[in-house]
Design a protein around this ligand. Structure first.
Ligand code: AMP
Length: 143
C-alpha cells in the first residue's frame, strides 16, 4: 500500500491557508472541517508551513487569547516533512512515530497534491492486517 492508493480512497482535497491569515480564521476552519491541521501556502503557491491544533494550544498557552489575533506565520512549523505518492504506508507510519506528528502533506513536482493523517494511516494499516489474517485463516483451513 502506498500514498497514491490512500489518496485514491480519500481524495486529494487539502485545507490550506496563507501565512498572513489570522489564527482565529484557522481555528474556525479546523472546527468547521473537523480536521487537526492546515497546510500554509505562500503567495507563490509553495508550501510555507503547517499549523496544527497542538500549535494553537501552545500559542494560547504562551500568548493568551490574543494569539488568535496574530498571523499564522508566527506559530506555524516551517520545516514541513512531506512525502511523495510512491512512499509506502510503512514509511509514513515510521515517520509519524519517530517525528511525533500526525499529518504529512503529499508533494509532487513542488505541488501540494494531498495530505495523509494518522487516521488514514491507521485505517489502511488495520485493513492490511485484517486481509493478512484472513489469508492466513484460508491457508490454514485449506491445509
Ligand atoms: P500534529 O501531531 O500533526 O498535530 O502536529 C504536532 C506538531 O508537529 C505541530 O507543531 C505541527 O506544526 C508539527 N507538524 C505536523 N505535521 C508536520 C509535518 N508534516 N512536518 C513537520 N511538522 C509537522
Amino acid at each position: 500500500m502506498n500514498v497514491a492508493a490512500i489518496l485514491k480512497g480519500k481524495g486529494r482535497a487539502v485545507a490550506t491557508t496563507r501565512p498572513e491569515a489570522l489564527m482565529q480564521i484557522v481555528v474556525e476552519k479546523l472546527a468547521a472541517k473537523k480536521i487537526g491541521a492546515i497546510v500554509v501556502v505562500g503567495a507563490n503557491g509553495v508550501v510555507a508551513g503547517i499549523i496544527s491544533e497542538r500549535d494553537i494550544i501552545r500559542a494560547i498557552a504562551e500568548r493568551g487569547p490574543d494569539a488568535l489575533t496574530l498571523p499564522v506565520s508566527e506559530f506555524m512549523t516551517r520545516q514541513v516533512v512531506s512525502c511523495g505518492e510512491g512512499d509506502t504506508l510503512d514509511e509514513l507510519m515510521a515517520t509519524m512515530t519517530a517525528s511525533r506528528f500526525r499529518h504529512i502533506p503529499v508533494i509532487e513536482d513542488r505541488s501540494l497534491v494531498g495530505i495523509v493523517s494518522i487516521g488514514d494511516v491507521v485505517k489502511h494499516h488495520i485493513a492490511e492486517v485484517e486481509m493478512e489474517a484472513s489469508a492466513l485463516r484460508t491457508y490454514l483451513v485449506a491445509g
